[in-house]
Design a protein. Sequence first.
Length: 265
Amino acid sequence: MRARMAEWQTRQFEGLLGDEPVRVQIPLLAPLCKVAPKGSYPEGAPVENNMSKLKVNKDFFNKWSPTMSYILGFIFADGCLVEHKNGYHGLDITSKDLKHLRLIKEQLKSEHKIGKKERGYRIQIRNRNIYNALIGLGLTSRKSKTIKFPKIPIRYFFHFIRGLFDGDGSVFIWKEPRWRHTWQIRTTFCSGSLEFIKGLRRELFKNAGLSEGYLRRGSRIMELGYAIADSLKLYKFIYNRNSNLYLERKRKIFEAFVADQKISR
């Protein structure tokens, strides 16, 4: 089963969302953010000479809120800190979803431009205050292999997890021929850091009532996965009446599966 799951990088959840199939893809590991050499910039969005003068809410990460917690989780998945030899410190956030990146930019009240990358989009924000705040919250430069799970206030924990899931999480749905072709669901989180993924498993066990799931080591990433019962617990945990920001396409997959379970009973 696991070998076959690894091979199926794209799934079609047929018949549950109308005529349009849902394609669910295994996320790629976010690239490492390296210290850029003097006189050059990381590949991606065009960089303006006055980027550091562009407006942004420099205090955004200084106070906990549902939106701040969600975006922090998203950054832990799809963002990185940049230390440039030219002297600037900043934040990069990448996403395949341009609309969603625009929403994040809006919440940050940022004037920085969103640039096109080969596999998505990126916004680069130069601001020392934001950089220092994120350092204080547990983010590090070159984070992929070294990052540890941060301390999150319990009241904001599910917002952080929802952001993390929207960045580096996946939901898989497929029909299993061995069990009367019933629909199955599996959710996963990915990280290059073993310490981070172990911390995530521990906190989900403690705060969301999930089991320990399974850990699988790949050549570049660690994967934490959950089967049906835990996937449904995760769905109920991260999406509730207080969920103010999320990737709609992922939530729709969960909701379609839940709707099918009700019909099948």
